[in-house]
Design a protein around this ligand. Structure first.
Ligand SMILES: [Zn+2]
Length: 157
């Protein structure tokens, strides 16, 4: 019953775009469905259909979907940003990771100071702190970022 359906199947987005007959076994058909014409249009514009078919033929069938998705992502990014493409997004995210890592380090240092101050206060022992050798000096001032008076924040829901 499935044998007659291949005659009525619409061509894949690639074959439709290239105005050619979509034959059974078309390398593009599984990855460029007719409902997503822009996906192939972008990939074709940036990489070229023949390069894409060559690439898909060179890799294992189970890797083709991932390859097409990454090509589509790269092509779309390159259309939006002709200079940096997806490298623009990657470097923004890398900077964000570095900034958040620094923030996390500072917050962890705050937390360690806060915890050791609490411990010192409980012991009435202001002069020394325990386990000092575990602490790294991040060179920050605790008053700059730490809210010393959390009770004043009346935003508890
Ligand atoms: Zn096709």
């Amino acid at each position: 019953m499935a044998s007659s359906s291949s005659y009525t199947n619409p061509p894949c987005a690639a074959c439709k775009f290239l105005r050619r007959k979509c034959l059974p076994g078309c390398i593009f058909a599984p990855y460029f469905p007719p409902e997503e014409p822009q996906k192939f249009a972008n990939v074709h514009k940036i990489f070229g259909a023949s390069n894409v078919s060559k690439l898909l033929n060179e890799i294992q069938p189970h890797q083709r979907e991932d390859a097409v998705n990454s090509l589509a992502y790269e092509a779309e990014a390159r259309m939006k940003d002709p200079v940096y493409g997806c490298v623009g997004a990657i470097s923004v995210l890398q900077r964000q990771v570095i900034r958040l890592q620094k923030e996390l380090d500072a917050t962890n240092a705050d937390l360690m100071r806060y915890a050791s101050n609490q411990q010192s206060n409980n012991n009435f022992n202001y002069g020394t702190s325990h386990d000092d050798h575990h602490q790294t000096n991040y060179g920050f001032s605790p008053n700059t970022t730490w809210n010393n008076n959390p009770e004043a924040d009346d935003d508890i829901q």
